[in-house]
Design a protein around this ligand. Structure first.
Ligand SMILES: *Cc1c(COP(=O)(O)O)cnc(C)c1O
Ligand code: SF4
Length: 447
């Protein structure tokens, strides 16, 4: 059983025994080319226990962690391949890589400009406050992960584009902000992956929140992929037991502790290590809710989702969200149409009993909010998508049905036009036409 963490990155991926054994030189070169643009990181749990190397070309966990040539547009691939073949220096490659990265919409949905809160007139750059009740908190030391998902929408922060990075060191500012905003009852630690932090670091944040006894703070959430990528964090890591004690303290303080666990495929739920980790977390009184984007090459089949939700329920987890691939990075490689995502969601949803129908989606985290595709319908002779906000910048928008013209090719909210000849969606003030798919939604918002 895997115990000690062995990280693999671009500089040492050829040392992975299975890479050496199963991949061709061409495969390895492709990893190197793409890995110069998009971040790559894997570890020995992922390579030894999750990937089926005999079938690696069709393996979902391989596609989840190892770059493929097709993730870059051909001209971008050729550019980097050319530089590598010509023996170009690091600085030159980096210059080109950064230019290409900027073409990949590194910060979709206006994250950098639109959701940063202000305290005493100064922006708090490690916090996002987009939905009234919930603060996203990016602790400084939690801005990496145990491995990297090839589709990650936080990828810029892993490739050293520092001006694009969120993070916050200071818990005092967080506590002051919470006191000044009694409408916030939920703080969601996110990253990267906060579970990359040593227990003594994350405990500094959480204990400070507990000790501050902020009456409005009812829930602490931890967004993490550690159960999928390194469940040892909760079982055999040397500070695993201390981490569980921290979860118990949170619960004892009367604060609901919820894991937002990122699982993309049922295989991640099958090892003894992950089962033990889930059990240990649940024994502290925390709950585990699960979420994942739907991605071509990884989980674009209904059976995969129904199987995953069923397994999660059996292990005591609560299925929560299915997301649509964000318009960033290698979206063209992973994206499926909104219609296909809805059909897969619907087929999977029908297969499971009510205990797993806590899940919602497919949902797009777009500029105005989280928009769920409820289905394709025909109303007064017009084929439409029925949509609703699960979360919105303006809480008044939540749950209100609205409609877009049916578009079988649409992959994101930007691709949709209002139905029934309307000039704009109800939440838009104005609408610019000719919006290019893959850019931040071109709408002026009512708030
Ligand atoms: C998804 C999300 C949340 C949490 O939303 P819930 O529906 O409460 O899980 C909070 N803030 C932002 C910016 C989000 O994208
Ligand atoms: S775990 Fe989350 S933040 Fe980390 S690489 Fe995957 S999608 Fe990105």
């Amino acid at each position: 059983m895997t115990k000690d963490y062995q990280a693999y990155q671009l500089r040492n991926f050829r040392e992975i025994p299975e890479v050496d054994r199963y991949l061709s030189e061409e495969d390895k070169f492709a990893i190197e080319v793409v890995g110069n643009i998009l971040p790559f990181k894997a570890n020995n749990y992922v390579t030894e226990e999750l990937i089926d190397w005999e079938n690696f070309r069709r393996d979902p966990i391989y596609a989840l962690t190892f770059p493929a040539a097709e993730m870059l547009e051909p001209q971008h691939f050729q550019e980097i391949a050319g530089l590598l073949n010509a023996g170009a220096g690091k600085a030159e490659i980096k210059l080109t890589a950064n230019r290409i990265r900027r073409e990949l919409n590194p910060h979709p949905a206006g994250q950098m400009e639109h959701n940063v809160p202000v305290l005493d007139g100064a922006p708090l750059t490690g916090i996002q406050h987009k939905y009234r009740e919930t603060l996203l908190f990016f602790p400084n030391q939690g801005q990496t992960c145990h491995a990297y998902c090839t589709f990650c929408f936080r990828w810029p922060q892993f490739v050293g584009m520092n001006e694009l990075k969120f993070a916050m060191r200071d818990t005092d500012l967080l506590i002051r902000y919470l006191r000044e905003h009694p409408e916030v009852n939920d703080v969601l630690f996110t990253g990267g992956d906060p579970m990359i932090m040593k227990t003594r670091i994350i405990a500094q944040y959480i204990d400070a929140l507990i000790e501050a006894r902020i009456p409005n703070l009812r829930t602490i959430r931890i967004g993490t992929k550690a159960l999928g990528y390194w469940p040892q964090r909760f079982v055999t890591d040397e500070d695993a037991d201390d981490l569980l004690r921290l979860f118990e303290r949170t619960k004892e303080a009367g604060i609901h502790l919820a894991f937002m666990a990122h699982f993309n495929h049922p295989r991640e739920l099958e090892t003894d290590m992950v089962k033990t980790a889930i059990e240990r977390i649940l024994n502290t009184g925390a709950v585990i809710r699960t979420q994942s984007p739907i991605m071509r090459h990884i989980n674009d089949k209904a059976e995969v989702w129904s199987d995953m939700w069923q397994k999660q329920v059996e292990l005591g987890c609560i299925p929560y969200y299915m997301f649509v691939a964000r318009n960033t990075g290698a979206q063209h490689y992973f994206a499926i149409s909104l219609e296909a995502a809805w059909r897969i969601f619907n087929r999977a949803y029908r297969k499971v009993s009510g205990v797993a129908r806590t899940v919602r989606g497919p949902s797009m985290s777009a500029m105005p909010g989280k928009v769920q595709v409820n289905g394709v319908a025909e109303i007064m002779g017009e084929k439409v998508f029925a949509l609703e906000f699960l979360q919105a910048r303006n809480p008044e928008w939540v749950g209100r049905p609205f409609f877009a013209k049916y578009n079988p090719d649409a992959i994101w909210l930007d691709d949709l036009e209002p139905a029934f000849g309307e000039k704009r969606f109800f939440y838009e003030v104005t609408r610019r036409s000719g919006q290019r798919p893959g850019t931040v939604a071109g709408v002026d918002l009512a708030v």
